[in-house]
Write a protein that binds this ligand. Structure first.
Ligand code: NDP
Length: 499
């Protein structure tokens, strides 16, 4: 049962048991709002631990895969119930370990519950299809079969929602999973494992291994018992995983970085556009893959837009995310703080104009937390690094555009293609953008953020590869499609000579 005890290191969950790493080593995580505060100690796993988890999953996968999908669904509904009971605890775990405001953490837990509910219901669908055969007295249909063992490798920025939106479809499709959370956010992952244990997941179907990706990542990708890898994180690591997995023809679903733009046309409703861009750029401290990191504003409305943008950004409060009064919380780690500060420096050196913010917040009231002001750059050269690279912090770059074509050109000028948005009242302009934006998700009169669990989530270009997550596409990734032909005619007959 629950293995939580703040004095004891948390353990891996393998084959239904809470176990220590064979390394005998543990590591700690800290609260980014108060780095002196330790959140917990966790197993520093090594390849042997990952192998044990894969072996447990491989042992459990056949029976789990044969269980009728509605029964698997019933178990996910049970997990949903436990999630509901422990939701407040999970949200708090997110905030104290990753840093984000408690309201964002609560929203994240709700999103995880939505995908659990959606996936549990899929236990009574998981449709294949039937179609007429070209032969008489022959049935032809498709059905789904589980892949077997899948590795789930996740980042720190959504330590609950991203793992659950991978594991819920993986489990309902009948796969056994090995889950490796980001090293900096294993606490929420541990609670998720406890939830599935309490829900009665059979031993070995759900396995958790904590520790550095550099140590156990290759095993989770290379082991021949692993049939697919679902990864979210940096484009660099995702590219490496994709290349490694290709050597053994494994399926890969990789959700990577973003450099998302929101376009504001002259006819836009600024009462919608400005708060949408403030929320998109600075919500969750800008550490969302769908964060708005670029605003592209048509020249005629630029002055008014900037006045309102700065006024609304000024009103944001920065502080510990556990205090619901704060809008912007710390960055998730010292490394993130250093990276964001470096980008702010680079922006200034590259000739962009710092229109707001730009400083780390370091007084005694900030208790050494990793805070930076919400920051806005204007006059940004299009080929500069802050215009092109993912910063992953509360930094917004603003560009001016001459008409829709120019706005689309600027929007599409980056290597990423995750999400985008346009604010306009003109349906022609809106559709011009929907049809030409090089992103996997397009929003009209709404922020670049988020998505709904029954619709596909994912990006183009350097933002992702493989089948989309969520929606029907998510179930497609986690299952094989088998085609069955059944000849029920009496006696022998002429066979096709093709194939
Ligand atoms: P990473 O890509 O480094 O990490 C994501 C996951 O991959 C973590 O669980 C990590 O483990 C694991 N990992 C690391 N190395 C390997 C490996 N060799 N094989 C298999 N798995 C591995 O992203 P970060 O979390 O460090 O963030 C870096 C950047 O990625 C961010 O600054 C941002 O630009 C981008 N990012 C994008 C996200 C998105 O949703 N699109 C989310 C998070 C980050 P470990 O934590 O132990 O290193």
């Amino acid at each position: 049962m629950s293995q939580q005890n703040q004095a004891q290191p948390h353990r891996n969950f393998i084959g239904g048991e809470w176990v220590e790493s064979v390394s005998g080593e543990t590591y700690r995580t800290i609260n980014p709002a108060r780095p002196k505060e330790i959140v917990g100690w966790f197993q520093a796993s090594v390849p042997q631990d990952a192998e044990s988890a894969i072996a447990a999953a491989a042992g459990a996968a056949p029976a789990w895969g044969r269980m009728p999908a509605p029964q698997r669904g019933a178990l996910l509904y049970k997990a949903l119930e436990v999630f509901g009971r422990r939701g407040g605890e999970l949200a708090r775990a997110i905030t104290i370990e990753e840093g984000k405001p408690i309201a964002d953490a609560t929203g994240e837990v709700k999103r995880a519950m939505n995908i659990l509910e959606y996936s549990a219901g899929e236990g009574r669908r998981l449709f294949g299809y039937t179609t007429p055969s070209e032969l008489p007295d022959t049935a032809a249909y498709t059905f789904r079969r589980p892949l077997g063992v899948v590795s789930i490798i996740t980042p720190w920025n959504f330590p609950v929602a991203i793992p659950v939106w991978k594991m819920a479809p993986a489990l309902i499709c009948g796969n056994a999973i090995v889950f490796k959370p980001a090293s900096s956010t294993p606490f929420a992952a541990t609670i998720i494992a406890e939830i599935f244990e309490e829900a009665g997941i059979p031993p070995g179907v759900f396995n958790l291994v904590t520790g550095p990706g550099g140590s156990i990542g290759n095993t989770l990708v290379d082991d021949p018992r692993v049939k697919a890898i679902s990864f979210t994180g940096s484009t660099e690591i995702g590219t490496r995983i994709y290349a490694r997995a290709a050597e053994s023809l494994k399926k890969v679903q990789a959700e990577l970085g973003g450099k998302n733009a929101a376009i504001v046309m002259n006819d836009a409703d600024l009462d919608k556009a400005v708060p949408g861009i403030v929320q998109g750029a600075f919500g969750s401290t800008g550490q969302r893959c769908t964060a708005t990191s670029r605003a592209i504003v048509e020249r005629g409305i630029y002055g008014e837009f900037m006045d309102r943008l700065i006024e609304q950004t000024k009103a944001l409060t920065v502080g510990d995310g556990i205090d619901p009064a704060n809008d912007i919380a710390p960055l998730s780690s010292k490394a993130q703080l250093d990276a964001v500060r470096e980008y702010i420096g680079i922006g200034t050196e590259e000739g962009a104009k710092l229109a707001f913010g730009g400083h780390a917040l370091e007084g005694p009231e900030f208790e050494g937390g990793y805070y930076v002001e919400p920051t806005i750059f204007t006059d940004v050269p299009l080929d500069s690094r802050i215009a092109q690279e993912e910063i992953f912090g509360p930094v917004l770059t603003v560009f001016q555009a001459d008409g829709i074509e120019d706005a689309v050109r600027i929007s599409n000028s980056v290597q990423f293609g995750l999400s985008s948005s346009i604010y306009t009242r003109d349906l022609v302009q809106a559709h011009e953008y929907i049809n030409t934006a090089e992103t996997g998700m397009v929003h009209v009169n709404a922020p670049t953020l988020g998505g709904e669990v029954h619709l596909p989530f994912g990006g183009l270009k350097a933002s992702g590869v493989g089948q989309r997550e969520q929606g029907t596409e998510g179930f497609n990734f986690f299952s094989e499609t088998i085609t069955a032909y059944i000849d029920y005619s009496a006696g022998s007959r002429e066979r096709s000579r093709f194939i």
